[in-house]
Design a binder for this molecule. Structure first.
Ligand SMILES: [Zn+2]
Ligand SMILES: [Zn+2]
Length: 336
């Protein structure tokens, strides 16, 4: 079978591998059909990462068809069209038992610390697979994973109908957040510095879009809210925006933090105290795939608007390079 491996930073190679092993008890084999390129993949491609051993088959946003089952699997069948929840945790520690496997000390992700989706076939725990509704293509379904990340954030910051939500950054996660927040009945304002991405945001239902280099985000938020935003989410992930979140939030506002920026943010404790703000972290997802499947069933998502480019697996090197070189790209999909 074909597998695209990251050999060294900047270098992917499509190689011929032995067929995938037979699934063991509780496992399933999946013939991969479509895989999204995530910011994480791009980052690892560019400069590697301490916890990623090379060579590595990246890719954690995948859809495909179940091709074989191990014993003891009854919720899916061979031939089912599925998406994978790529988060893998120990399942036994206190964190996992409480339902938070995504922050288990031993958490891993397919395509990051383990080989992932950029290969023709993959063997995974069957419990991590979810059937998606028949009217969707594999390419559309490959977006389920970023939407699970958005669903996790929205759940963590408790977005509800009537909330005013500010999202900074109109990339894949930002645009997924817009759609999830709209599905929850919130008003959504999104900012970015790419006109094209803001157009997309408008197309998928954002109530207000702000070009943050041409307009002052703080002024605009004050214009549309009485006291500030109920929820602020920095979907870019830089400390500057984390700092700015505190100013944009209303008293008792909730701030979603999903950044992996390791630099310290200048956040005065008094700013949190004065407005009784909550800073809430969110990482990957904790069992949020059922939310995404429900959104798909309800027709609440515009998936096509988020797919920028599609490449066959043989052109994966070009796909990574062109995605890195074009800041207007939202989601690039690799097909098998
Ligand atoms: Zn991702
Ligand atoms: Zn655990």
């Amino acid at each position: 079978m074909k597998a695209a491996k990251l050999i060294s930073p900047g270098k992917l190679r499509v190689v011929e591998e032995l067929p995938a092993r037979a699934p063991r008890r509780g496992e399933a084999a999946v013939k991969v059909k479509a895989v999204g390129i995530c910011g994480t993949d791009l980052h690892i491609f560019k400069e590697g990462r301490a916890d990623v051993e090379l060579p590595r088959v990246m890719g954690h946003e995948l859809s495909g068809v179940v091709s074989a089952l191990g014993d003891g699997v009854d919720h899916i069948s061979v031939g089912d069209r599925v998406v994978l929840d790529p988060v893998m945790s120990c399942g036994t520690c206190r964190t996992c038992r409480a339902g938070h496997g995504n922050v288990c000390a031993g958490v891993k992700c397919f395509g990051v610390q383990m080989d992932g989706g950029f290969q023709e076939e993959i063997v995974v725990p069957a419990a991590s697979l979810y059937r998606f509704p028949g009217q969707y293509s594999f390419i559309q379904a490959a977006l389920a994973e970023p939407f699970s990340v958005a669903a996790n954030i929205l759940n963590r910051v408790s977005v509800e109908a009537g909330d005013f939500v500010v999202i900074m950054g109109a990339g894949t996660i930002g645009l997924s957040l817009v759609q999830g927040a709209k599905a929850a009945g919130a008003k959504v304002l999104i900012s970015d510095i790419e006109e094209l991405k803001l157009e997309k945001a408008r197309e998928i239902g954002a109530d207000y879009v702000v070009h943050s280099q041409k307009e002052d985000l703080g002024d605009i938020v004050r214009k549309y809210t009485e006291t500030g935003a109920d929820v602020v989410i920095d979907a870019v992930g830089t400390v500057k925006l984390t700092e700015q979140s505190l100013e944009l939030a209303a008293p008792c506002g909730r701030i979603g933090v999903i950044s992996f920026d390791a630099r310290p943010a200048q956040i005065p404790a008094a700013a949190i105290t004065r407005k009784e703000l909550s800073l809430i972290g969110s990482r990957m997802n904790a069992h949020r795939f059922p939310d995404v499947i429900r959104w798909m069933e309800e027709g609440a998502l515009n998936l096509d608007a988020m797919v920028s480019k599609i490449y066959p697996a043989e052109e994966i090197q070009k796909a990574f390079e062109e995605t890195l070189g074009d800041s207007t790209t939202i989601k690039t999909i690799i097909t098998f």
